[in-house]
Write a protein that binds this ligand. Structure first.
Ligand SMILES: Nc1ncnc2c1ncn2[C@@H]1O[C@H](COP(=O)(O)OP(=O)(O)OP(=O)(O)O)[C@@H](O)[C@H]1O
Length: 245
């Protein structure tokens, strides 16, 4: 078990891919501690391994070496079924292209992670209502993704990521497909989830403005952490979450 105050603890984390007999090392020894409630941005040049690292932290890929403790569990010690169960309880995912299911309404998309649990229907409904209110989309719950703007789709995706109340949110370029106004709105929402609900957030981004919302920026270079920068001049936010109850 990891120290309870840490959400993520990585030691010598390594990941290689193989092309035939040729090993392609992507991460070659990453050490990183992310405290519970931390907000970290992973940055670095294209191909530096940001998404690879995020996928390892989120338990959707396996390392080829090193230690990996996330949300209190040694992920290397879990078999594939256990890892899937761990993911469904502990991690919320937010992607660049939202990954909503087109034939499901906003409500049904947000409900999806709860269908993996044995939660009663009435509680599922309450949770989905609450999550959609939180992202200010309660009035669009019957809409299909094609009936929503990109910014609204991403907010539905954020509601889906938090509906099962995971401790850790991972976001891979969540603003990459959004215009400046919608990007800012999504970032403000993430920041509230961090500040007011205490979610640990790990965000992969190329966008310096997005990274400015994080508390710590981690720069990857050639498979290792190159430098860590604390963000001091983060934007000041109005408190909004409790208003959406
Ligand atoms: N499944 C895979 N099989 C083989 N090589 C892979 C695989 N996934 C990633 N790679 C390689 O690993 C390296 C790191 O990829 P990764 O997507 O983690 O980088 P990134 O920093 O997120 O890049 P970008 O900013 O362009 O998204 C790249 O060279 C990529 O081609």
């Amino acid at each position: 078990m990891a120290a309870p105050e840490l959400s993520v603890r990585l030691r010598g984390l390594a990941k290689s891919y193989w092309r035939g007999a040729l090993e392609i090392p992507v991460l070659t020894g990453v050490d990183l501690d992310i405290p519970r409630g931390g907000y970290y941005a992973l940055m670095g040049p294209s191909g530096s391994g940001k998404t690879t690292l995020l996928n390892l932290i989120a338990g959707i890929d396996r390392p080829t070496g090193g230690e990996l403790e996330v949300c209190g569990y040694d992920l290397n010690g879990l078999d594939d079924d256990e890892l899937a169960g761990w993911r469904s309880r502990n991690v919320g995912f937010i992607f660049q292209n939202y990954n909503l299911i087109p034939v499901l309404t906003a409500f049904e998309n947000v409900e999806l992670p709860l269908l993996l649990t044995d939660m009663a229907r009435s509680e599922r409904r309450d949770r989905v209502d609450r999550a959609l209110r939180l992202v200010n989309l309660a009035d669009r719950m019957r809409n299909y993704p094609r009936q929503l703007s990109g910014g609204q789709e991403q907010r539905v995706a954020i509601a889906r990521a938090i509906v099962h109340d995971p401790g850790l949110l991972v976001a891979d370029e969540p603003t990459g497909a959004l215009d400046a106004r919608n990007a800012e709105e999504a970032l403000v929402l993430l920041e509230h989830l961090n500040q007011e609900l205490g979610k640990t957030i790990v965000l992969v981004t190329h966008d310096p403005k997005a990274a400015q919302h994080a508390r710590v920026q981690i720069h990857l270079e050639k498979g290792v952490l190159d430098r860590t920068v604390e963000v001091h001049d983060r934007p000041v936010l109005p408190r909004i979450l409790e208003d959406r109850g």
